[in-house]
Design a protein around this ligand. Sequence first.
Ligand code: GDP
Ligand code: IMO
Ligand code: MG
Length: 432
Amino acid sequence: MNVRPPLDGNLSIFGAQWGDEGKGKVVDFFCENVDIVVRFAGGNNAGHTLVVGGLEVAVHLLPSGAVRPSAICVLGAGMVIDPSALLEEMQMLADVGCSLDAKRLKLSSRAQLVLPYHRQIDALREGGPNAIGTTKRGIGPAYEDKAARRGLRAGDLRDGASLRAKLERAIADVTPQIVAAGGQPPELVPLFDALAAQAETLRPHITETEPLLARWMRGGKRVLFEGAQGAMLDIDHGTYPFVTSSTTLPAGACAGAGVAPRALGAIVGVSKAYVTRVGAGPMPSELDEAESERLRSHGGEFGATTGRARRCGWLDLPALRHALTVSGADYLALTKLDVLAAFERIKVCEAYMLDGERLAIDAFPASADELARATPVYREMAGFAGISGDERSFEALPQTARDFIAYVEQALELPVCLVSIGPQRDATIVRS
Ligand code: GDP
Ligand code: IMO
Ligand code: MG
């Protein structure tokens, strides 16, 4: 069994829980030897935090590779891009010395646009009884417009005259539902004027990224595909309907970046040593509020995008096994082991009980109602007292942490290739 991804060839890194697994940190770590970093799905619902040289940066639309001066960043066709958020983020990065000129940031002309009325619809719905706790960034409504074939795309920003006509049509389409939900109808002129101004700055970055990627790969460049959200938020395989509106799995990178499945390279799923979730939906190993609060405060579990307190629970192996299966993961990266150093005893959910029966580890319920009825069967273990964050080899970790890793590997039948023991880039141990 190989215990680490090859150091040549492409890499795909994705979340194997409900998001916020520490993907940004893991991507940043692996970016050292990568030429191109590609985001392929989602939008600024993501929040990936990087801590580099004492500076903390959270990226939302841009790939985490943006802080590596030599990496080219690609925003793929499968993404939904809010132009105002993208410009803000480019400015934020420029302010910390990571400018992205048109050579270094490429936006697919095929990516969909998130417009202010998408955010408006998202917020109006979330005010109702069926709220799923979205990030209110307009992600669901933008993907709905894409599927309804009335969305505007980044390429539309290249032609002012047709942009205005397309925007007018789109506004006519969405206005009835906004008015019915009690919202103000969007106004064409201010919306067009703002978009036209944003288009000026974004235009040099907008291009057909697909043949570029193909050419780079033919030339031997190394590409990293950076997942957003997590497998449990995937539109098909997540805890539907409490999911996001895109394919978050590595498979989504093929369509979302326009590359062959074989281009994905080694697939690394990222998981915390426990679980968190923001938003509504079932989470069988969720702790009660007092215990959740303890994990939250030790782990700093507040959303990088919305600042919401994350719901916390013990590591859930049936959910993780499902995530890794539907993702086709080759390796697991385990993050935040240091957080469990504060706990004398920890638990791991190794199976679910559902309606009086113990389910096999690979029988993850497809129905959110069933999952809400599932109760965890726990294995108790010692916490990881002694982790300082300065360890740089597996052997240097306390025996309790090594036992935990071995147990997880055996239950999931997958090697742990990387362990993260702090938010900083170098608080990382790679299997050798
Ligand atoms: P992402 O969305 O998957 O990139 O994850 P987020 O950035 O939203 O949330 C992960 C949080 O955990 C961030 O604040 C990271 O800086 C932090 N983090 C990542 N890895 C570790 C780790 O090993 N230990 C600790 N203590 N924090 C970590
Ligand atoms: P990263 O990339 C955690 C969640 C929302 C909500 C659901 C749908 O940082 O891991 P949406 O706004 O996408 O329509 O919300 O998905 N969600 C995330 N949770 N991390 C994320 O991204 C998320 N992106 C969306 O909280 O439950
Ligand atoms: Mg996040």
